[in-house]
Design a protein around this ligand. Sequence first.
Ligand code: NAD
Length: 251
Amino acid sequence: MSNVCLITGGARGIGAATARLVAKDGMAVAIGYRERADAAEALAAEIKAAGGRAAPVKGDVASEADIISMFDQAEKALGPVTGLVNSAGISIKSAVRDFEAAALERLMAVNVIGLILCCREASRRMTSGGAIVNISSMAAPIGGRAGASAYAATKAAVDSFTTGFAKEVGKRNIRVNAVRPGMTRTDMTAHQLGDPKIEAKLAETIPMHRVGEAIEIAEAVRWLLSPAASFISGAHVDASGGGFVIGDRWD
Ligand code: NAD
């Protein structure tokens, strides 16, 4: 069986950290990217220089045609896809009274419909089994921090879909799990964690009193993709420093 993992949002953040780790484990990595060809190409070159196999694959997960194309590009460059990490995601921060329909539609298109269609594509193509990890969020079980209720709702959809999808494809030896990161240092959170005062306030709301690093989330993803997790499916793994100290707000 080939050992090829497609990672959406693979050029940056949690996706890129995962690509580096699983490449070391011997997986060939298809690095999904939407715009940042430079970052995807640089990461592929880094993995190849270290003796691994990698290829950038371009596509917007809000486009069904692009999703199909990303799988085709991955298969052509590396072979049949046996692993999928859905890390592509966006967030919006807004009070509900200020929501705009177009922004909500984009949020759902990327975080929910795109992720589900990537899983559909994997389900069609993983004819000899496989492993899928959906990047959810600790926002899901708590409804998000202030202003993140819509984002949290998309991640709750990811959790529920993961549970149902895992039941559907279990007998085909396809394992499906979710990882729920807490606040993690990536481009997505740079606007908050770029300010040490805000970071300190956020850290107070996390039982371990610090935010996470992308590699700490990637380690959980790596385990779920690996044969070491061969009987783990339908799980939601929290990688969150203990969750949230409910009641504290940072704004
Ligand atoms: P990030 O911004 O570094 O990475 C997100 C990636 O998704 C980027 O590479 C971006 O280009 C890609 N992307 C966005 N829209 C896309 C689209 N339409 N098509 C293809 N790619 C697209 O942020 P990150 O923190 O690494 O986020 C990875 C995942 O982790 C996301 O699903 C996010 O919701 C989730 N998450 C992050 C945190 C955190 O604190 N950083 C916490 C919980 C969950």
